[in-house]
Design a protein around this ligand. Structure first.
Ligand code: NAD
Length: 236
């Protein structure tokens, strides 16, 4: 008989679905378009090289939009878990919005970067950024007009992978929230965690592509499922 391992270390992966009820579009809407653009036209290094103004305008619009959105009950429930959980906990988000932080969470890693940061490709400095980039403002550090959104585009290497894999190795519980399981390497985390003995749980509106890899799958809106799961976990 399998013995349930005591849960001490938790890794939580979040995706666009956790921010959907805050009014931020998920990635793959009907027709495969993201806010009326093909992904290849706005979220790849090739797109930026081909038409920087189009890409910068697209990200400027999204950067402006997220600043008008508010965290929902799922973000604040995870912040409560972060504050109260006595063991290790890491929220790995694929989201580039800042709703986890504004919801109050502290132990957050943005593996795909952040809308509210700009990266200077000339001097490799990063800066908090809430204004448009389309007019090519100078880098605050070196003055070059080489700032781009500090987001990871398709074909680029996600951030913090060493720390993430370290946390997955230590995890007793891996939870995936609001992600389609279509974008690697994040889509492979469930398998990594499971092979190393973690229990795995999915909270999503519909079964994700890797749904069968989870020990348990709960379907519904994140704003309901996440607070209920956090209550359950903190109640022991
Ligand atoms: P995705 O759009 O591929 O999948 C979203 C998933 O969330 C789907 O499985 C959907 O069923 C589920 N979902 C939708 N509404 C939900 C709700 N209310 N409650 C629970 N689940 C819900 O998103 P992804 O897997 O995160 O895709 C990856 C890429 O999209 C990432 O690279 C990320 O950087 C980018 N992205 C980020 C944001 C953001 O920062 N908020 C928004 C769009 C896209």
């Amino acid at each position: 008989m399998a013995v349930m391992r005591e849960i001490r270390n938790i890794v939580i992966l979040t995706g666009a679905g956790i921010s959907a009820e805050s009014g931020i579009d998920t990635f793959r809407g009907a027709g495969g378009l993201w806010e009326n653009h093909r992904v290849e036209d706005v979220a790849t290094p090739e797109a930026f090289a081909r038409d920087p103004q189009l890409v910068l305008r697209f990200y400027d619009m999204r950067r402006e939009a997220i600043q008008t959105r508010q965290p929902n009950a799922a973000h604040t429930a995870l912040a409560r878990l972060d504050a109260e959980w006595p063991g290790d906990l890491l929220i790995v988000t694929q989201n580039v919005d800042d709703l986890h932080e504004r919801g109050g969470a502290r132990r957050v890693l943005h593996m795909h970067g952040e809308h509210l940061k700009a990266w200077c490709t000339r001097c490799d400095s990063r800066h908090a950024w809430s204004d448009p980039l389309v007019d090519r403002p100078p880098c605050p550090k070196c003055g070059a007009r080489s700032l781009r959104p500090d987001v990871v585009w398709f074909g680029e290497v996600p951030y913090h992978m060493d720390r993430i894999y370290r946390a997955l190795r230590e995890a007793d519980l891996f939870v995936s929230i609001g992600t389609s399981g279509a974008v690697y390497p994040a889509a492979g985390f469930v398998q990594n965690a499971r092979e190393l003995g973690a229990r795995t749980l999915e909270l999503n509106l519909e079964p994700s592509q890797g749904s069968r890899l989870f020990h348990e799958s709960r379907l519904g809106p994140a704003s309901e499922l996440v607070p209920a799961w956090v209550d359950e976990l903190l109640a022991g």
